[in-house]
Ligand binder design. Structure first.
Ligand code: ADP
Ligand code: MG
Length: 569
């Protein structure tokens, strides 16, 4: 007998890595463990960047925001069952926010899981993931890895972006196949997010509605920031002369000090506008569903909406002119149709906005200069506002209640995709994951402004920040609790449900891992510490003492708290 010439083999591990690399994916966020520990090692060996976290939810949030920043799906890699579930929160959040992301989880053996015989970390992960993301796939054969990765990428980035789940059972990784056949089985995705050109009738309808406006308004949402059609969006605003407001994560798409920004006259323009052009912004709770008191007289305005998702139209109220397509193509089509003799909006509208804006800015100014101790939110944020003005390319991550709502209004942004925050769900816990991915993906300095409560959800990742030596400065607005630090338990038995240990020193957490900690009590000290920290380019954490009595219940959204009518006293 004679042996055949030795065959060159590949396996599931290497096919996953090769499929990702072939599609330009070079970074993975995850937590190692069975069955994906070796996959992570091999990814690193093969030149990929592997960022290992302390908890999967933070790795998942990092992947999600990497997707938002790059338009490529961010990858999160987790172990089975509990690790998968931890990552799933982030996958659902990414889907809700329209961020492209792929959660890749190892899973247990199908045969045992399906017969429910009690495997190590047994769970039918595919079934659980399905309702929480755009698409979910499982791969059983190594020869299908290439196709599966291609499907996952396409599903994440085409149309409305979102989260995709990819289930890889443990056995798949060690499955072997002929190396040449393996290489041929890989798919390089061509045109993963194809342009979607709006219909000419829809463009004309939108322009007709816009032309009839006496008090037009543009609302830019994070879809517009995601689209990276920055120049076209700027031209649309400037050529049309229409005042605009940015949603939170669209801040900086045009600089917040732009003369057409109506951000400081937000309530006026929502109420009094007669035509509203939505660009990548949904009429969800963040815009009071397009109706009610904030929007003035019912039926007083017409909406034009640009969105890639046709089913978004009429989600809450009637859209007079739906413009379905990708933002770059839609905005360009509007610009082309506006022509040379486009009329700027009437000056009584723009003048009214201007004077309201100036009045509101003047009213706010002295509060931002208050150099008191303990600090209130305004004094502290006044200092940070100046820092971002001087460092416009830094990325601002922001979460909390008062810390979020007040920072959003006070800190001006100057460049696109520099403000990353709690998004559509208003979720707590994105802080360190977003900060880490922002630093890894962009190489820019990151300033994370965190309420002490918000920070707690991802705080252990300061070790990750130190381990990878990332240029992240974390500022904790420490007011001893959730919303305010002044509550007491009426029975006197326990701490109140909303307070933490008083006068905690979060700065020492950073020092525990070799980063630099600061403890500050005045805006001047805060300013000095942040500048020093950001100049150093090293991991730093500043514990900023805020008056526990400053701020309000639930920040700006206290009205969403249900009220008990029978509660005693
Ligand atoms: P915001 O919270 O800032 O108002 P939303 O997340 O509510 O923003 O809305 C973003 C919208 O942008 C989503 O409806 C999404 O479908 C849409 N979108 C995302 N990417 C694109 C794109 N490239 N072209 C068109 N629309 C997009
Ligand atoms: Mg607090």
């Amino acid at each position: 007998s004679h042996e055949p010439a030795e065959q060159e083999l590949t396996d599931g591990f290497h096919l996953v890595i090769d499929a990702l690399k072939l599609n330009g994916i070079d970074t993975i966020y995850g937590v190692p463990g069975i069955p994906i520990t070796d996959l992570g090692r091999m990814c690193q060996e093969e030149g990929m960047r592997v960022i290992s976290f302390r908890h999967e939810q933070n790795a998942g949030n990092a992947a999600a925001i990497a997707g938002f920043l790059t338009k490529k799906p961010g990858i999160c890699l987790t172990v089975s069952a509990p690790g998968f579930l931890n990552g799933l929160t982030a996958l659902a959040n990414a889907t809700t926010n329209c961020f492209p992301m792929i959660l890749i989880s190892g899973s247990s053996e199908r045969e045992i899981v399906d017969l429910q015989q009690g495997d190590y970390e047994e769970m039918d992960q595919l079934a659980i993931a399905k309702p929480l993301c755009k698409a979910a796939f499982r791969v059983l054969h190594a020869c299908d890895i290439g196709i599966a990765v291609a499907r996952a990428i396409r599903a994440a980035v085409s149309g409305r972006p979102g989260g995709v789940y990819l289930d890889l059972p443990a056995k798949l990784f060690s499955q072997t196949m002929d190396a040449e056949a393996g290489a041929k089985s890989l798919v390089k995705v061509i045109d993963a997010a194809p342009a979607q050109i709006p219909g000419p009738d829809a463009v004309k309808r939108a322009l007709d509605v816009l032309k009839g406006a006496k008090k037009p308004l543009i609302i830019l949402g994070k879809g517009a920031a995601y689209a990276q059609a920055d120049e076209a969006v700027r031209q649309l605003v400037e050529t049309s002369g229409i005042p605009y407001i940015p949603m939170s994560m669209a801040k900086g798409l045009l600089p917040d000090n732009h003369p057409q920004s109506a951000g400081a006259a937000r309530s006026l323009v929502l109420k009094d506008s007669d035509v509203v052009l939505l660009v990548g912004a949904r009429l969800n709770w963040l815009l009071s569903h397009g109706k009610g008191k904030a929007w003035g007289e019912p039926g007083s305005k017409k909406f034009i909406q640009i969105d890639i998702e046709p089913r978004e139209m009429d989600s809450n109220i009637e859209i007079a002119a739906p413009l379905v397509g990708d933002i770059g193509s839609c905005v360009q089509a509007l610009l082309d149709g506006m022509g040379k003799d486009w009329q700027a909006p009437p000056s009584d509208w723009t003048d009214t906005i201007k004077s309201r804006k100036e009045a509101n800015i003047a009213k706010m100014a002295p509060r931002l200069l208050k150099n008191s101790t303990p600090m209130d939110f305004h004094g502290a944020l006044g200092a940070l506002k100046t820092i971002i003005a001087e460092r416009p390319d830094a990325i601002l991550v922001n979460e909390g209640a008062n810390t979020l709502d007040l920072a959003r209004g006070i800190i001006d942004m100057y460049e696109p995709r520099k403000r990353l925050d709690v998004g559509t769900w208003g979720v707590m816990g994105i802080g360190m994951g977003f900060a880490i991915a922002a630093a890894v993906e962009t190489g820019k300095p990151v300033l994370a402004v965190e309420g002490d409560s918000a920070f707690g959800f991802s705080g252990m990742e300061v070790e990750t920040i130190c381990r990878y030596n990332l240029p992240v400065t974390v500022v904790i607005f420490n007011n001893n609790g959730i919303y305010r630090g002044t509550d007491v338990d009426p029975t006197g038995r326990d701490p109140a449900t909303t307070v933490f240990v008083s006068d905690s020193r979060y700065d020492k957490m950073m020092e525990a891992f070799g980063g630099v900690g600061y403890h500050v009590t005045t805006p001047d000290e805060l300013s000095r510490a942040v500048n020093e920290a950001m100049d150093s380019g090293k991991p730093c954490l500043i514990n900023a003492v805020i008056d526990p009595a400053a701020g309000s219940e639930s920040g700006n959204i206290g009205s969403l708290n249900p009220q008990s009518v029978v509660k005693k006293k």
